[in-house]
Design a binder for this molecule. Sequence first.
Ligand code: GLU
Length: 293
Amino acid sequence: MDSTTTEPAEQSLATVLAEIHADLLNERSGEVANYIPELARVDPDSFGIGVVAVDGRSLAVGDAELPFTIQSASKPFVYGMAVEEHSRDGVLAKIGVQPVEEAFNAIALDEATNRPFNPMINAGAIAATDLLGGDTAEDRLARLLAVFERGCGHPVEVDEQVFASERATGERDRALAHLMRSFGMISDRLEETLELYFRQCSIKVTCRDLAVLGATLANQGVNPITRQRMLSASTVRDVLSVMHACGMYNFSGEWDLRIGIPAKSGVGGGIVGAIPGLGGIATFSPRLDASLR
Ligand code: GLU
């Protein structure tokens, strides 16, 4: 347990977090995602919780400093980048915001509009990545990493082994990209966009980083520790809305009922949540429920 202050309120939150962590430490249900072979190499018993308040105070318990790949927890932020670049309506022309019953990697588009249903599932996330500008692949990656750097408060890097593993096995994502291309919903730099998407999913973060990213959303787009802006306040409003409706895939409705905060899962084991005006919370536990893997 590490606590950065000794105020009574934080001490009690630290105690509550430690109790929750101890209670759940021996929970062994769920399975590690293995459809991306490199992800299966993780220690399934790792478990961390991080909390960061909008005033910058933070708490962490368990494996909060262990690096893992961000995977789909990157999607809300990349959606935000697309909205900043193309406006809400510009992005809505290409990506819907409807929750779906299908799996996150289903080969399906909205038949009425040919759009992916929402930006939290793979089709919509690839379409959002496609909207990121830049003259070259390197330029697009550098811009994307720079935004995550502002959100995390330090430089971020791609796990090249996970990236290579995703690229080698990402046939469903490739199929989705080709389907969207056939309807003119993504650009013809399809291969470049897929590589960028696989790299975005392979960004290394810790549970503490995810909590800071969540707190940045909770703080209207400003990292509460560095005070650097990651996204505009109006973009964050849209990002939180789609996280709320679609962030936990086809478990989003029940998540909302039981947990009630906008959140996004990743198959690497991270979940990022934001409580607007209060702070961010993140967990890292690689064993996943069936709806999240
Ligand atoms: N990189 C993963 C994929 O494309 C992300 C899925 C997830 O994290 O839920 O399948």
